[in-house]
Design a binder for this molecule. Structure first.
Ligand code: MG
Length: 249
């Protein structure tokens, strides 16, 4: 490459990074959205997975004993017919116990009555270690940026396919998560990895996470403990959860 061309490209790159830095200050969430290619739509088979004998049951439909608010108080979500339902405005909830490497099963249901669109339809999320969001969203005939659709690692990785069931139907996530490792000084020894089956269909295949979920700006890692709570998101929509169990690995 000619020296002058190399110099020119370097200047462009530097300017772009600088501009993004500036935007980040102001906060433009669109900078980290991308909309194509769209994952193929696949119709799932009938799936449901009961907890195996060695699992820790985090929610069996009858109580919130294993959960608390982010601040450690009693949660205000509703218990309805064996499910917990997000009560908008009452905040995220998290497990009292912390987890690192794990196999996690979660069932979720977006409202049968469709309201809103894009990110406003049945939005919730599962934050592994309270930091890495596996998106929960009604993406049955509902377009949004692909790295923010259901089964995406939010703002990082779109799912391999769109395996959503229609709104109002129960859906499953089966997750195999490897926690990130850090050196003493806080630098990353190894990144987090995740495999996800959505309604029994592979949607994330040993995917490498770029860092903690960021709504605005790029993700990066911040050192945290070996075990951190699993958090469920209150995004204002009455999305429901049931049959949540985990096997620490
Ligand atoms: Mg969400």
């Amino acid at each position: 490459m000619k020296k002058s061309l190399f110099l020119f490209l370097s200047v462009i790159c530097a300017a772009t990074v600088f501009a993004q830095g500036l935007k980040r200050e102001g906060g433009d969430p669109k900078l980290t959205e991308y909309w194509s290619p769209e994952p193929k739509v696949v119709t799932p088979g009938k799936t449901s997975v009961d907890a195996p004998s060695d699992a820790i049951v985090l929610f069996n439909g009858s109580n919130f004993n294993n959960w608390q608010t982010v601040k450690g108080g009693d949660i205000k979500w509703k218990l309805e017919n064996g499910a917990m339902v997000v009560t908008g405005g009452t905040g995220n909830i998290r497990t009292k116990e912390g987890f690192g490497d794990c196999q996690l099963h979660v069932e979720w249901r977006t409202p049968a009555e469709v309201k809103g669109d894009g990110q406003g339809r049945g939005n919730s999320g599962i934050f592994l270690m309270g930091k890495y969001e596996l998106q929960v969203l009604d993406n049955y005939n509902n377009k949004t940026y692909v790295n923010g659709q259901a089964a995406s690692i939010y703002k990082q990785l779109p799912p391999l396919v769109n395996a959503c069931r229609p709104p109002g139907e129960w859906q499953t996530y089966d997750v195999i998560f490897t926690a990130p490792r850090f050196y003493e000084d806080g630098t990353v020894k190894s990144q987090a990895r995740i495999t996800v089956l959505h309604n029994g269909i592979l949607v994330q295949r040993d995917a490498v996470l770029l860092g903690g979920t960021q709504y605005i700006g790029v993700s990066n890692y911040e050192k945290h403990g070996d075990k951190e709570p699993i958090e469920l998101q209150d995004h204002g929509n009455p999305t429901a959860f049931r049959n949540i169990w985990i096997r620490p690995l």
